[in-house]
Design a binder for this molecule. Sequence first.
Ligand SMILES: [Mg+2]
Length: 303
Amino acid sequence: MKAIVILNPYAGRWQALKRKPELETALLKAGIDYELLITQAPGHGPELAAKAVLDGSLLIISAGGDGSISEVINGMMLGAASVGFDRLPPVGIMPLGSANDLVVNLKLSTNLNEAAQIIASGNIKKIDLGEVNKTRYFDNNSAIGLEPTITLIQQQITWIHGVIRYLLATLLGILKNPHWDIQIEWDNGIYQGPSSLVTTGNCPLTGGLFFMTPHANPFDGLLTFVYGYMATRLQVLRLLPRTMKPGAGSYVEHPDIHEVHSPWLKIKTHQPTPMHADGEIQSTAINEISYRIIPEVLPIILN
Ligand SMILES: [Mg+2]
């Protein structure tokens, strides 16, 4: 049976379609027998991935960026809901995105030839997934507060691109210094008070640059979330470079920032907040958010 390759032509700022020949050469060189499907619009990726699971495909390959991978995984989980989670085929990644956070987090290669070789070698391990509000799975990260606020600002900036756009949106977001009165409840704790963000990670790196949950591990059966509040813009700005550090000196070491590991958390906010999952805005104004981990659920091909 052929592997199903789901190509998102819009990934990597619309560059993915141009790289289709390069993608196919790499797959052929690695000896992978495949059928290539191209998504037509947002929402088509999950549909194709669910169908591939229902059809009993033995391997699904996501060719795209982080948004494309997240769509494919959500579709696979949807298909698995009818056929059983033990019937989930492994997913492989051919990275064509602009940031490729999941690929970096899983120490996979961003080089297409190497990525195809990794898929062909078939080292399969089951990864945890996060679930938000019982409707959406995420492989990497989901957040409320400052982070999706920055995403919304970024979407309004059309005149510059790439990392500069991301950093500008971040600075504009910090200048607004928004915060929310929240209550967070988790398996052995509760917090009530102001918070600038609640960022919930399955993996550490997000947005190509930021280690928002630096100690998240997608194989430990736990979600890792960070909350905290800084009263002044200057404090937030001073902390910003430390969000780009994965290890010692990272922003979660600041006494006002808290990093917690828990299999679940429930958040209630007084003021409505936007919410994203794997970089996609799920809601622009929401007050109740619940997260849980689905441990060791998705077979993924690793290096
Ligand atoms: Mg974890």
